[in-house]
Ligand binder design. Sequence first.
Ligand code: 5AD
Ligand code: SF4
Length: 475
Amino acid sequence: MQSLQQSKTKENIAKPRTKKKVFIETLGCQMNLADTERMLGMLEDIEYYPTDKFAEADLSILNTCSIREHAVDKMRSYIGKWDKLRKPGSLIAVSGCVAQQEGSDLVKEIKTLDILVGTHNIHRLPDLVIEAENKYREALDNGVEGIEDNRGINFSRPQTAEVWEELPELIPETPIFRKTKYFAWVNIIYGCNYKCTYCIVPKTRGEQRSRSIEEIKSEIEGLAKEGFKEIILLGQNVDGYGLDIKTNFTTLLREIHKVEGIERIKFLTSHPCDMTFELIETVAELPKFSKYFHLPIQSGNNEVLKRMARRYTYERYMELINYIRKLMPSATVTSDIIIGFPGETHEQFMDSIKAIQEARFDACNTAVYSKRPFTPAATWDDPISAEEKNERIRFMNAIIAETAEKQAQRYLGTIQKVLVEGPSQRNPMRLAGRIDDNKTTNIDCDPELHDKYIGQFVDVRITKANAWALRAEIV
Ligand code: 5AD
Ligand code: SF4
C-alpha cells in the first residue's frame, strides 16, 4: 500500500541531497522501538543515516512514551539538555505518544524544538524534516541573527509541527531499518479498542486497525529471504487482531506458520478478554510458536478489575492460565500489574499477590498507578499515600522474584534451543540468546567459536537457573 504522502517524499528525494546523520532516543514499549525502526527506514530515503552519537547528529529525535506521569516533564528535560549540547545547525524533533497527547501547540511552549510529529501521522516525518530544513535554510539566507551557531538571543527557531487528531484511513506502509539481525518485530495491529480507565493508549494510539494477512505475510516472507529466523508479532492487543477486518488471530497465526525460513514466532501483548481456547490450542499445536504468553492481569481482585474496565474476572483469567498449563506444562507466562489503583484496599492488593502465586508468573512488570490526562480514573479519589504504594510495590516485587526463581528451576538440566544473538553484554566470554519460551540464556563458550554460533539455533543444556536468566553449555 503506497500512501500519497510517501510518493510525495519520493519526489523530494529526487533532488540531490547530502548524507546526514540521525540519532533517535527511544522511550517506552516495543511499539515505540518498532516505530523507531520505521522512522530510521523512512529517513534513509531522504539520506539520513543512523548514528548512536548525539554530538554528530544532524537530526535528533526523542521518541516519547506517556504511559506514566511526568512524561511531559521528562521530555522537556531531554530537550533542554539536548539544546545545550546539539551540533550547530542541527534539528531536534519529538515523536511518539507525548507528541500525540499534547498536540502541535507544544512547539509554542518549547521554542527550542524544531519538529513535532504525532503517532497517527508518523509516515509524514520525511516531509516534515525537509520542510524544517528548508525553513532553516531560508532563515540562514535571510541572515536571521544568531542562526549560524543556533544559540543567538534573537533567534527564534522556525518550527514545523503536525499532529493528526484523526487516524489516517489507510495504514501507510513505510520502509523499516532493522536494528536486529536475527529476529524482527512485525506490527500486526495498531491501536486499541479497549478503554481501560487508567490507560492513555486509546488516546495516543487510536482505535484498533489490523493490517491485512497478505500484507503481514509478505513482510514476513521478505524477512525470511533476508535471513531473519524469528519474528515477534506486535500489537497493544494481538488477540483482537482481525476483528475489524472480518478475520481473526488464529487464522493469521496459521498463515504465518507456513512461511519457510522463519523458525520461531512469538507475539505480544495478549488481552485476557480476547484470548480464546482456540488460540491456546493453535500455539500448542504448531511447533514454530514459542510457548510464551504475555498476558497482563493488572489486578487479582474482581472489584478492582471492574473499576479498571478490564472486562474479565480473576476466575476467567485463571481458566486461561490453567488451560495454557494443561496443554503446555512448561509454557512461560508473564504479566503486568498495577499497584494502588484509586481506592485499592490492602485486601484487594493482597488478591494481586495471591494471583502471582497461583498463576506462577515467570516475570511480571509492576507499576504504581499513575494519573493520566483524559482517562476516567484520573478524576477518582485516590486516598492511598505514596509511601503505602511504595511499600506495596516493594513487597510485590519480592514475591515476583521469589516466584520467578522457583519457576526457573524447571529448566535445570533440560536441553533447550537458543537463538544466539551475540556475545553477552555483561560477560563477552559468553554468548547470549533466548530459549524457545523467551527466557534469556547465557552460554559458556570459547570466544573463538562465537562466530560459528551467532545467528544460529544452538542446542544447550541448562546448568544454572535464576529468576531472570539461565546459564547453559553447548551440547
Ligand atoms: N499507571 C500505571 N501503570 C499503567 N499501565 C498503563 N497505564 C498505567 C497507568 N496509568 C501499565 C499497565 C500496562 C502496562 C503497559 O503499563 O500494566 O499493561
Ligand atoms: Fe490500555 Fe487497556 Fe488497551 Fe491495554 S487493553 S492498551 S491497558 S486500554
